[in-house]
Design a binder for this molecule. Sequence first.
Ligand code: IPM
Ligand code: MN
Length: 345
Amino acid sequence: STSINLAVIPGDGIGQEVVAQGLKVLTAVLPQDVKLETREYDLGAQRWHRTGETLPDAELEALKHHDAILLGAIGDPSVPSGVLERGLLLKLRFAFDHFINLRPSKLFPNTATPLAGRPDIDFVVVREGTEGPYTGNGGSLRTGTPAEVATEVSVNTAYGVERVVRDAFERAASRPRKKLTLVHKNNVLVYAGHMWKNIFDKVGQEYPQVTTDYLHVDAATIFFVTQPERFDVIVTDNLFGDILTDLAAAVTGGIGLAASGNINPTGAFPSMFEPVHGSAPDIAGTGKADPTATILSVALLLRHLGYEEQAVRIEEAVSADLAERDGTFRSTDAIGDALAARVAG
Ligand code: IPM
Ligand code: MN
């Protein structure tokens, strides 16, 4: 028999509530002979208020030894913007070298979206996760004065770009439509943009079966709304990927359904799975949060650990559940119960 040693970081706001439902469904879907061990980590706004810590070395070290991490949400209005984001969430992504930020978008049935009734939309954004403008490379001169100058430097290495581009080609090659779109802005960002395009073209020569396309990010936002069925796999940098995946979520059923995986495909460090949404402090504690994004992130987690059959069971349960939703209110707990019952049955 096998086991899963899972780290759980519920975090802030609705993170606590949605993670509880994710664990409920995970427990329900796992075969009897798979032993699930979980350890919860108390990280986030409350911890910071109590101790001033965001992610101490001892916990970072302990986290390394898990098979995977399930994260709820990080961020609270009582903490200065950036403290938890950089000190906890991005620190984890960087320390564990999560260079693939995988964000699938599927048009689920019966969802409130401007695209309802459109032909099947099923694409995945492969967002670079460790470079770009997220590296914290920059500074401010004469801060707060009318003469202030702030820079925010985007860092792109050939090593970092090639590994994410290669991963995206692999994913595209394994999907029926075999299409990969590079999104950047190489008409303005000529240094990084040309490097991305050159590496994309070079790696592409090894994948003649994959059809390739290039779009500037501004044009891509138009097609996300007007013609989303043109996309299969998209590869893009950290910041463009951040923005595009919120848009993707909004047009394909809402942020309550968008799942993500911060993946290190080498297995050198545990990968981390989290809903794309944030901590939503305005609805925390009300039972209004939709746990589906977290439950779909659990499916990505299972797929990553080799439990493909269980991952598919969760995704099919979500489809069936959404198809039967009739618009009447269901609490966070009730949605979790319904999905747990479906995957177990
Ligand atoms: C996301 C979030 C994070 C990001 C923030 C909270 C740092 O928006 O996961 O998309 O920008 O990556
Ligand atoms: Mn985001």
